[in-house]
Design a protein around this ligand. Structure first.
Ligand SMILES: Cc1cc2nc3c(=O)[nH]c(=O)nc-3n(C[C@H](O)[C@H](O)[C@H](O)COP(=O)(O)OP(=O)(O)OC[C@H]3O[C@@H](n4cnc5c(N)ncnc54)[C@H](O)[C@@H]3O)c2cc1C
Length: 325
């Protein structure tokens, strides 16, 4: 074999095996310690949780680029790894794994769609380490956990490097595909909160995925509904279908066609059919044409809306399809 053919292999082996991707590894116990640790490295360190997205990104480090000076691992920060309920709010730490969400009976009862979306992320090994915060911070518009958080009307808590700590609508965390409002070299996404479903409220999530697909779905759909006292009228609802735009968004036009309406199969069919033309999803090179996604919008809405409504009427919410990924 000519040296020209051997060399790229050696370079790649050297980069993969011998050159570290980072130099130091820190495991702070508090959000403030994590912020202080990031600040010390002045942009040369990066926050890590499960590492399932980050390590893949880091393996694509260009030749000659310096490794990170440090990784700051937030999975030992207790306020970021817990799920709790207070008054009407459910809090889920950003470093809570998809598996912990799937195993949480509180989340299943009060935010069923989140269990259904986290329950199909990757395979079991990925779900055991990958976190909800990583899903949001990675900022892909089709992230499964993200889609349900948007439908739940969730808020995200961010500890910014300038010392401000604030709650923002989760939709404000996205600037474009893969571009977060956060800079993971200096800011920390602490957690999420959303109102737990009450009587007459429920949620559901389903997605379309290639059988051999490993990362993101062709299309995901999460719905949260609130029925009136008679359980015949859709008093309020939120629908997130992703990816449609460059960032995850609510399907406001579809919601408007349903809000305040008397529930019927015919209404759902009509609105689901109209949604195909209203939403205009993006095409993706590897996953789907825009036309196929449009078609699947109707299919998903015809499944997910009736499921959420049935749960709201019965008051019984058992997550479906979890662990099939
Ligand atoms: C085989 C495989 C299958 C997958 N399948 C799916 C799938 O079906 N659906 C899906 O949605 N995703 C999927 N993913 C993507 C990934 O697993 C998820 O997005 C996961 O939730 C990322 O979480 P993490 O903790 O591993 O993030 P990490 O890789 O640790 O971090 C991701 C990014 O977010 C930043 N970050 C992480 N946590 C924080 C924080 N608290 N504050 C600030 N910044 C932070 C990191 O710096 C990094 O930039 C898959 C990945 C793999 C490898």
């Amino acid at each position: 074999m000519s040296p020209r053919k051997v060399l790229p292999g050696v370079v790649s082996l050297y980069r993969e095996r011998l050159v570290p991707l980072w130099e130091r590894y820190h495991t702070p116990r508090t959000v403030n310690d994590a912020l202080a640790c990031l600040a010390r490295y002045e942009g040369r360190a990066r926050l890590v949780a499960g590492g399932t997205d980050l390590l893949i990104d880091m393996q694509h480090v260009e030749k000659g680029e310096h490794p990170l000076a440090a990784l700051v691992d937030v999975t030992s920060v207790s306020e970021m790894t817990s799920i709790s309920e207070s008054h009407d709010w459910l809090h889920v730490g950003a470093a809570v794994t998809h598996t912990s969400i799937v195993n949480s009976s509180i989340v299943e009862r009060y935010a069923t769609c989140l269990v259904e979306s986290c329950g199909v992320v990757g395979g079991l090994q990925v779900r055991n380490v990958a976190t909800l915060g990583g899903n949001v911070a990675h900022a892909l518009p089709a992230g499964d956990g993200t889609t349900s958080l948007v439908a739940l009307g969730a808020e995200a808590e961010v500890a910014w490097h300038n010392g401000i700590r604030e709650w923002l609508p989760v939709t404000q965390m996205f600037r474009g595909p893969g571009i977060s409002a956060l800079d993971s070299r200096q800011d920390v996404l602490v957690g999420f909160r959303f109102r737990s479903s009450r009587d007459g409220e429920a949620s559901a999530f389903k997605r379309i995925m290639r059988p051999q697909g490993v990362a993101l779905p062709i299309l995901g759909c999460a719905v949260w509904v609130q029925l009136d006292e008679s359980h015949q009228v859709l008093k309020d609802l939120r629908i997130c279908i992703s990816p449609v735009e460059r960032v995850p968004v609510l399907a406001a036009a579809v919601e408007d066609s349903l809000r305040g309406q008397i529930i019927s199969d015919a209404l759902i069919r009509k609105v689901a059919s109209a949604a195909r033309d209203q939403l205009g999803p993006r095409a993706s090179k590897y996953r789907s044409s825009a036309a196929y996604r449009s078609h699947m919008i109707e299919t998903l809405l015809n499944q997910v809306l009736p499921l959420a409504i049935a749960r709201a009427r019965s008051g019984v919410a058992r997550a479906e399809g979890v662990g099939l990924g």
